[in-house]
Ligand binder design. Structure first.
Ligand SMILES: [Zn+2]
Length: 131
């Protein structure tokens, strides 16, 4: 039969954990289990960490860059080199990048159009004034 841990918490409450066999304390409070507790915490920390790739900087300036990034990410996830969580974040950021690239492209095309049209417009206004 399991016995209750005899540890008294700082708030004077009795611990509700079950004592480890051969001890008066539960796993969390048994002083002889301290090193095992540390190891378990380390293991938990490692499990919670996501797989990332070594630091590298890829250019994400145009659609071809985004395509290359997607290709690398897909292959890294498929081969188990990259955590799905990281890949999801990359997917999201790539989507943002695509929108910015498209917007920048539209702005550049509009500027080019305006630079052609502006002299035409000025000439038109001149003709109207002269008439
Ligand atoms: Zn306890």
């Amino acid at each position: 039969m399991a016995t209750q841990c005899t540890y008294i918490k700082p708030n004077k409450e009795k611990c509700r954990g079950y004592a480890v066999s051969g001890s008066k304390y539960c796993f969390a409070h048994d002083p002889t289990q301290a090193s095992k507790r540390k190891a378990a915490q380390r293991k938990g920390g490692e499990a919670g960490r996501v797989a990332t790739l070594p630091e590298s900087s890829l250019s994400v300036r145009n659609m071809s860059d985004v395509l290359e990034l997607m290709e690398l990410t897909i292959n890294d996830v498929r081969a188990g080199r990259l955590d799905v969580k990281v890949a999801n974040a990359i997917g999201y950021l790539a989507n943002v990048s695509v929108k910015v690239i498209q917007q920048t492209d539209i702005e550049a095309r509009l500027e080019a159009l305006e630079s052609v049209l502006e002299p035409e417009r000025a000439a038109y206004i001149q003709r109207r004034r002269a008439a």
